[in-house]
Design a protein around this ligand. Structure first.
Ligand SMILES: CC(=O)N[C@@H]([C@@H](O)[C@H](O)[C@H](O)CO)[C@@H](O)CC(=O)C(=O)O
Length: 241
């Protein structure tokens, strides 16, 4: 079963996939990338093969290799390596999820399939359940990004009752500007201790005020903005009484 111990929180870097000038993945710099994030930015969680990493534009074989490299190079340096395994095909998502578990990743994230789309919450839940079943030891996060997937099922609606159907479900990466939906996720699901990670950097401050437990982003990891965001998150972390 998925570990309940390691909650994914704070800043999570959505990593780019480094390429050579010939369009091949430049694996040789991923080790330096890990060091840069940890030593210069103070960020110890990564989100690999997502939007910033152009995961959907990579082949399955490339996605597997990139995931492996981050897990290997991040060992004993990073806290959590979350691999995005979303795909148009359920079988590909399952293959990537199983692979993430085999290589020792700390979690998986899944977008909704976006060509033949889930029509409603039940369809989407079923898809997530089938992916989750192939990696029963890994926490699963739903990656809500309706502007790119076209799947507009409200996150708050999805969260309602999901853990009963997908036991490894641990939260979501909310990449939408609908702060009403986000606020309802926070208000109605706070007690379930889901990770509610915000993904639109431009609105991060608002989301933190509303109760985001962390952020997955690309632009928050530049110099002073990272330090600033870390500071805000630290201030908002509940203090032991
Ligand atoms: C659509 C997109 O790329 N969103 C970025 C944001 O960090 C985004 O770059 C930022 O808000 C600037 O617009 C992240 O949420 C993406 C992300 O976490 C990912 O790579 O999966």
């Amino acid at each position: 079963m998925a570990s309940p111990k390691k909650k994914l929180q704070g800043l999570v870097a959505a990593t780019i996939t480094p390429m050579t000038e010939h369009g091949e993945i430049n694996f040789s710099v991923i080790g330096q990338y890990v060091d840069y994030l940890v030593e210069k930015q103070g960020v110890k969680n990564v989100f690999v093969n997502g939007t910033t990493g152009e995961g959907l534009s990579l082949s399955i074989s490339e996605r597997r290799q990139v995931a492996e490299e981050w897990v290997t190079k991040g060992r004993n340096k990073l806290d959590q390596v979350v691999i995005h395994v979303g795909a148009l095909s359920l079988k590909e998502s399952q293959e990537l999820a199983k692979h993430a578990a085999e290589i020792g990743a700390d979690g998986i994230a899944v977008i909704a399939p976006f060509f033949l789309k889930p029509r409603n919450k039940d369809d989407l839940t079923e898809f997530l359940k089938e992916v989750a079943a192939t990696a029963p030891g890994l926490p699963l996060y739903y990656y809500h990004i309706p502007s790119l997937t076209g799947v507009k099922i409200r996150a708050e609606e999805l969260l309602d009752g999901i853990q009963e159907k997908v036991p490894t479900f641990r939260g979501l990466k909310f990449s939408d500007t609908d702060l009403l939906d986000f606020g309802q996720c926070v208000d109605q699901h706070r007690q379930r201790h889901f990770a509610l990670l915000f993904g639109v950097d431009e609105q991060l401050l608002s989301a933190l005020v509303m109760g985001a437990t962390g952020a997955v982003g690309s632009s928050v990891f530049r110099d002073s903005s990272t330090l600033w965001s870390n500071w805000v998150l630290e201030c908002r972390r509940p203090k032991p009484s």
